[in-house]
Design a protein around this ligand. Structure first.
Ligand SMILES: Cc1ncc(C[n+]2csc(CCOP(=O)(O)OP(=O)(O)O)c2C)c(N)n1
Ligand SMILES: [Mg+2]
Length: 579
């Protein structure tokens, strides 16, 4: 093996990825990975960004792939470097995000013999990788190059097709790892197919819902007029939200849409179902007899529990890959295929006139809940719910908001208003981790589709504080709205919060960090907002800045629990008969 052989092969591999449509690669430094990284970096159709920490690089790639819907490549060296991709690979698997994980490895003769920086990288990500292939190194014969081109296509289309997810290729690389002569422009065998086509293409085949199925569902909607559309996280298809809203309006059924569905919009949307369903009497009186579910189950626990307990209702799930999204076993039908297309066909099959009373009752309660929430939050005070509500009302329609796990995703679900043009909301809710959130947000910012905003708690920011490095190193502009309650505020809602000092130290984990220092270290702007006006002004400045800014809001965990409880009580009162 010569370096020329290695580089000819990897150049063909990178060329083929670019022909398939790959535009982004995230590299991390090392020696064994040199041929892999340089081959990606030198492919002009691919933009390569550099990441010191592979865990950050993995999540950055995840954010880019989420925002663009296209596979993103990762390339790192051998050893624990590759293991640091694991959290992002698991999240990508759970959330159905296409990634190409390319790890460099020592050749087999150097494994399990005490050679440096060597771990067992074969099937390193277990069942989280959709496909694994070990790639040896071989002389760059025409047959070998054709195989590498086919391999690149297979990896790319496998990540994207069917249920999207991560693909892992582990490359054995032998020394010499750098070229000592220029790489010939000509490729043995003549290179790729004519016209820049990939070696193999896999065009998507649209699935058209069967007529009989659509007619059966239309009859079901007729027979069961108390129907609901429940929309959870469906980040992959940015057009789906509008399609769901149009369907719910046409069918005159309430649309309970988590903001991560993109569907909290239109005349049928109900924003405050989480607070409404906490009122047992109201929830019981508004039980549906048919539930149409799209996307993941929404985050709201009251909604999940209510759906689980609806014994008389038929529940039908629409999922592009027919995935099983039902821990309670309540669903009786899972429909594969494009949910938007199926619902559009169903809308066309419905009778022109639908009874509006059921929808009107939900909408009326939602308006009452909105007024109660507004009153409970008060006019001037800045709080965690108020920040979520402000972002929901004020972010421009072309913004992309990443909401961190823990209370941010819940507050966005509870307090985001219905809006005709909501911003796109993304999250790492495949595995619900608080890790890698900052890096994911910078990946979304790098997609450059609109202003990128992150809503994050202090523990999640501390967890991925190294992700801030992307701000300066990659020159990215991200608005980071930090809810700093000095610990995991979510745990103050749980019975464990009564466990005294042990709770504080080991569950709430206050840290006393002043993130202004982190902002200074990583070259981000920092503003602290103390009231609603100050927050609005700081958000406005941050969104207009061409650098990244942390807008910090200081809150108190106990006061936050009390405020949420006051909101829930006020919403209950607002829908009580005579209330
Ligand atoms: C990687 C990972 N570790 C631990 C957890 C458990 N966990 C869930 S929420 C949370 C605390 C988050 O605190 P913060 O980001 O400050 O948000 P807050 O609860 O204050 O809203 C933790 C540790 C997790 N989800 N993911
Ligand atoms: Mg916190």
């Amino acid at each position: 093996m010569t370096a020329i052989d290695t580089y000819l092969g990897l150049r063909a591999f990178a060329d083929e990825l670019a022909r398939c449509g790959l535009r982004e690669a995230c590299t991390s430094p090392g020696s064994r990975s040199t041929p892999l990284v340089l081959s990606l970096v030198r492919e002009p159709r691919i933009r390569s960004t550099s990441h010191i920490d592979e865990r950050c690089g993995g999540f950055f790639a995840l954010g880019l792939a989420k925002a663009t819907g296209l596979p993103v490549a990762l390339a790192c060296t051998s050893g624990t470097a590759a293991a640091n991709y694991a959290p992002a690979v698991h999240e990508a698997h759970e959330a159905r995000v296409p990634l190409l994980v390319l790890t460099a490895d020592r050749p087999p003769e150097l494994r399990e013999l005490g050679a440096g920086q060597t771990i067992d990288q074969l099937k390193l990500y277990g069942s989280a990788a959709k496909w694994f292939a070990a790639v040896d190194d071989q002389p760059a014969t025409p047959e070998r190059l054709r195989w590498l081109r086919q391999l690149a296509c297979r990896a790319y289309w496998t990540a994207l097709d069917g249920r999207p997810g991560p693909v892992h290729l582990n490359f054995s690389l032998r020394e010499p790892l750098v070229l000592d002569a220029p790489l010939p422009a000509e490729e043995p065998g003549g290179g790729g197919r004519e016209g820049g086509r990939p070696w193999v293409t896999r065009p998507r085949v649209a699935t058209v819902p069967q007529r009989t199925l659509v007619d059966e569902l239309a009859a079901e909607l007729e027979a069961r007029p108390r129907a609901l559309l429940v929309a959870g996280r469906a980040e992959r298809d940015p057009r789906l939200g509008a399609a769901l809203a149009a369907f719910a309006e046409r069918a005159a059924i309430p649309l309970l849409a988590e903001p991560l569905s993109g569907a909290r919009r239109g005349e049928a949307a109900v924003a405050h179902y989480d607070a409404l369903l906490r009122d047992g009497a109201w929830a019981g009186a508004h039980a549906p007899d048919l539930v149409l579910r799209v996307g993941d189950l929404p985050t709201s626990k009251p909604l999940r529990q209510w759906l689980h307990g609806l014994d008389g209702a038929r529940q039908v799930s629409f999922d592009p890959e027919g995935a099983w999204q039902d821990p309670a076993g309540a669903v009786d039908t899972i429909l594969g295929g494009d949910p938007g297309a199926t619902l559009a066909a169903l809308a066309a099959a419905l009778p022109a006139q639908r009874d509006l009373g059921w929808l009107a009752a939900w909408r009326e309660a939602d308006r009452a809940a909105a007024r109660a929430i507004e009153a409970a939050l008060g006019a001037g005070g800045l709080s965690e719910p108020r920040v979520a509500a402000e972002l929901g009302a004020r972010l421009p329609a072309d913004a992309m908001l990443l909401v961190a796990s823990s209370m941010p995703v819940r507050d966005v679900e509870t307090f985001f208003p219905v809006r005709p043009d909501p911003p796109r909301v993304l999250s790492n809710r495949g595995a619900n981790g608080i890790d890698g959130t900052v890096s994911t947000a910078f990946g979304i910012a790098a997609a450059g589709a609109g202003p990128a905003v992150l809503l994050i708690g202090d523990v999640a920011l501390a967890h991925d504080v190294g992700g801030l490095l992307a701000a300066g190193r990659l020159g990215l502009s991200l608005t980071i709205v930090l809810l700093d309650n000095d610990g995991g505020g979510i745990f103050d809602f749980l019975p464990v919060s009564r466990e005294g000092a042990d709770f504080e130290t080991h569950v709430a984990t206050p840290h006393g960090l002043d993130f202004a220092h982190a902002a200074a270290l990583y070259g981000c702007g920092y503003e602290r907002a103390d009231d609603v006006e100050g927050f609005r002004a700081a958000l406005h400045r941050a969104l207009g800045a061409d650098a990244s800014t942390i807008v910090a809001v200081r809150t108190d965990r106990a006061a936050n629990v009390a405020l949420h409880r006051a909101v829930w009580d006020a919403v209950s009162d607002s829908v009580r008969p005579g209330g």
